[in-house]
Design a protein around this ligand. Sequence first.
Ligand SMILES: CC(C)(COP(=O)(O)OP(=O)(O)OC[C@H]1O[C@@H](n2cnc3c(N)ncnc32)[C@H](O)[C@@H]1OP(=O)(O)O)[C@@H](O)C(=O)NCCC(=O)NCCS
Length: 169
Amino acid sequence: MNIRSIDSSDAEAFAALRRAVTRENPVQMGLSYVEEAGRTIDSFREQLSFSHPNTMVGCFAQEVLVATAAVGYTSRFPSSRHKMVMWGVFTSPGYRRKGLSRQVVGAAIQHAFSNGVRRINLQVYVPNEPALSLYKSFGFVEYGVEPEAVYLDGHYHDGVHMTLVQKQA
Ligand SMILES: CC(C)(COP(=O)(O)OP(=O)(O)OC[C@H]1O[C@@H](n2cnc3c(N)ncnc32)[C@H](O)[C@@H]1OP(=O)(O)O)[C@@H](O)C(=O)NCCC(=O)NCCS
């Protein structure tokens, strides 16, 4: 396994991974496979065009992208630079339960906290016990629920908000 930051030059690999995960886990990804498959490669390139310190960590198995986790500012203003949102956490269906999310999520958290960020927020569309368990194991706590955050296949799904604050040394 090779872990490194990914960028717009990895757009095709990122699109392939997102489409594979969305096909199996539309609720957890927050959109349908048809919506995801309809995106252009340019939209993935744009999504991966980061300005430091925003980043996405990718894990490659034999040069194939199999897991990702990203952190980014929610605003360009200094008043919001103490916090980031974590997004893009997913592992290829054939590579789950091998500790890959633990590695990329851990690297993304470390990156945020090493760049002056004090708090990381995220949202989990439920049900999603694997993701809730993953984030809790890093110390994320729930702080609220967005009712009916996404509507897929005729059902509404809530979004659980979670937050992690950097431990003081
Ligand atoms: C959630 C997800 C990212 C976990 O990825 P993974 O690479 O399989 O996770 P890991 O092997 O690194 O496991 C790390 C921890 O996650 C939790 N976890 C992972 N899969 C789990 C499962 N099936 N059931 C319960 N907990 C699970 C556990 O806490 C695990 O730690 P442990 O192995 O010590 O028990 C993966 O299942 C996935 O891609 N799901 C679909 C997309 C998604 O839900 N993304 C999150 C959006 S918020």
